[in-house]
Design a protein around this ligand. Structure first.
Ligand code: COI
Length: 355
């Protein structure tokens, strides 16, 4: 399918920042992809100048949060070419989220083609320096105008692109995490596994509290027993215990992270044992104290791999690996980012060439 392109006027083009001054999620490129679901089908896919929507105040997403999104990245390789990381995995996950949220599927080839064409149009926006990338945000929202609780029959699907620097301003440095003991992010049977805005809104209250105490990140516990670690603020989490890698198992309340999956595959290939199981926070803090848990890190598209240096749980702070980046964390980071940026051979065939 051909995707018509309407380019923005020369004088409407935005000013690009130097790679060195890029932050996360503040700048957006000149164009976006847009299509509309109406009368039972996706209609009129097109690339258009980046623009605001006009929305009726009764638009259903504004009331009932029927929305899903994805987080993906494209990287510039040393030869100047541009590659997305595992885009078909995001297409697949978007459709799983869509199913849970009563929203229409998108043909996976169309999803990937739309983003590919959009990146080609805005290729000059893909940064080049270490620690930078093009963050891709496909989003679907319920666009029908009504009040009353039922699935919308109309949707917008759009993709915007953001040239980004590191998610954390200090880059690949240990961060601090606060274990939420008062509230939970998701419960069995809920929407925790879907990449839907409500899950993120549910994290804001504890995150605000954590930040007031100096902890940028939150660790979520399960809703039933309030002791099993589920995930980090908006990303998955892993621990190194006795030299082996542990991460909470996917049980429907945890996002099926594509970075999570990739790190497990990389770790297995490097010869580390990996385990997906319930991890009790009480046991983990004991293991941190006695040194058997020697490393911990968050994994996600936006933040890649981010080491955790300190964990605050029940009024006590636990320091991991003297608040230094651990060897295994570093090796996994070098391999993952190396593959993504074309500096390490992509034996998994994860990179998808865009231009
Ligand atoms: C991502 O890792 O891509 C996310 O969606 C998390 C968000 C907080 C940027």
């Amino acid at each position: 399918m051909d995707i018509p392109i309407l380019l923005c006027k020369e004088e409407e083009r935005k000013q690009k920042h130097e790679d060195s001054s890029l932050t996360f999620g503040k700048d957006f490129t000149d164009h976006m992809f847009f299509m509309h679901f109406k009368e039972g089908k996706w209609q009129d896919p097109r690339i258009i100048p980046y623009q605001s929507f006009e929305m009726d105040p009764a638009c259903s997403v504004l009331h009932y949060s029927q929305e899903i999104f994805e987080g993906m990245k494209a990287f510039r390789h040393p030869d100047g070419s541009i590659h997305m990381f595992r885009p078909y995995e995001n297409a697949e996950r978007m459709n799983i989220s869509a199913e849970r949220m009563c929203m229409p599927n998108i043909n996976k080839d169309l999803f990937v083609k739309a983003i590919t064409e959009l990146i080609r149009v805005d290729n000059e926006w893909v940064p080049n320096s270490p620690g930078t990338s093009l963050y891709i945000r496909p989003t679907m929202i319920a666009s029908e105008t009504f009040i009353g609780l039922r699935p919308s029959e109309e949707f917008y699907f759009y993709v915007i692109l953001a040239p980004v620097g590191p998610f954390f301003k200090d880059g690949f440095q240990p961060t601090k995490a606060y274990v939420a003991v008062e509230n939970v992010r998701a419960a069995p049977g809920g929407t925790g596994e879907a990449k839907t805005g409500g899950n993120y809104a549910a994290t804001l209250y504890e995150t605000k509290k954590a930040r007031e105490l100096g902890y940028p990140m939150v660790i979520w516990l399960d809703s039933l027993e309030r002791k099993y670690v589920e995930e980090g603020s908006a990303m998955n989490i892993m621990f190194v215990i006795d030299g082996e890698i542990y991460t909470p198992k996917l049980d429907g309340t945890i996002l099926r992270g594509i970075t999570r999956e990739s790190v497990i595959e990389i770790a297995n290939k490097m010869g580390y044992s990996t385990h997906e199981e319930n991890l009790d926070i009480n046991v983990l803090v004991e293991q941190i104290t006695n040194g058997t848990c020697s490393e911990a890190f968050f994994v996600g598209t936006a933040a890649s791999i981010t080491p955790i240096g300190k964990i605050f749980f029940n009024n006590q702070e636990y320091v991991i690996n003297d608040n230094e980046v651990g060897d295994i964390t570093q090796r996994l980071y070098d391999e993952l980012v190396g593959i993504q940026t074309g500096k390490v051979q992509d034996e998994f065939n994860w990179n998808y060439k865009v231009a």
